[in-house]
Design a protein around this ligand. Structure first.
Ligand code: S3P
Length: 178
């Protein structure tokens, strides 16, 4: 049985994609790529200032290009930005080139995590606690139908990090499909 050679972690801001990605990469001896970091390195500016200067659509266009490039890398765990699956044909690009894992986390947990980590995230940085919860709930309702098409859905609050390696290695490459 051939196993997958590329994994995409998808999910809402604050779901833990970057932290989990770093852990899995170490566990598997693969390379970890965080798309937000790749974006900032390539553009030599923060995502917030890119949004301010060029707007969200330009950000999504650049994100799409980065994803296409990463989709040919081997032995990589790619932590995607929360919006990636929901723009262009990014979800199909990911599903046809690797294993997609949706890290599902409850809206209230996301709110508590994001409240102290919103400065670097232009879509939520100016929101107070109530606005943040409202935003998370309505964006999740919009995005979850897409996140839910991932090959695997895991409970991001309950699944221990060390279980990801086993799940990835057990997933048959032949079952990757659009
Ligand atoms: C975004 C999520 C962010 C980042 C940008 C937009 C989104 O990534 O790409 O601020 O649209 O959900 P994280 O999910 O890593 O926070």
């Amino acid at each position: 049985m051939a196993s997958v050679e590329r994994v995409y972690l998808i999910g809402f801001m604050g779901s833990g994609k970057s932290t989990i990605g770093r852990f899995i990469a170490i566990d598997m001896g693969w390379t970890n790529i965080d798309m937000d970091h790749a974006f900032e390195k390539e553009h030599n500016c923060t995502i917030s200032s890119f949004f301010e200067q060029h707007g969200e659509q330009a950000f999504r266009d650049e994100e799409e290009k980065i994803l296409k490039r990463l989709s040919t890398e081997k032995k990589v765990i790619i932590s995607t930005g929360g919006g990636v699956p929901c723009y262009a044909n990014n979800m199909s690009v990911m599903k046809s080139s690797g294993l997609t894992i949706y890290i599902q986390v409850d809206a209230y947990v996301l709110m508590n995590r994001l409240e102290s980590a919103k400065e670097s995230r232009p879509l939520i940085r100016s929101k107070n606690k109530d606005e943040l919860l409202h935003y998370i709930k309505s964006k999740l309702a919009e995005r979850e139908p897409i996140y839910n098409t991932a090959h695997m859905i895991v409970d991001g609050q309950a699944l221990p990090f060390y279980c990801y390696k086993m799940l990835i290695e057990m997933f048959p490459k032949e079952e990757l499909k659009q």
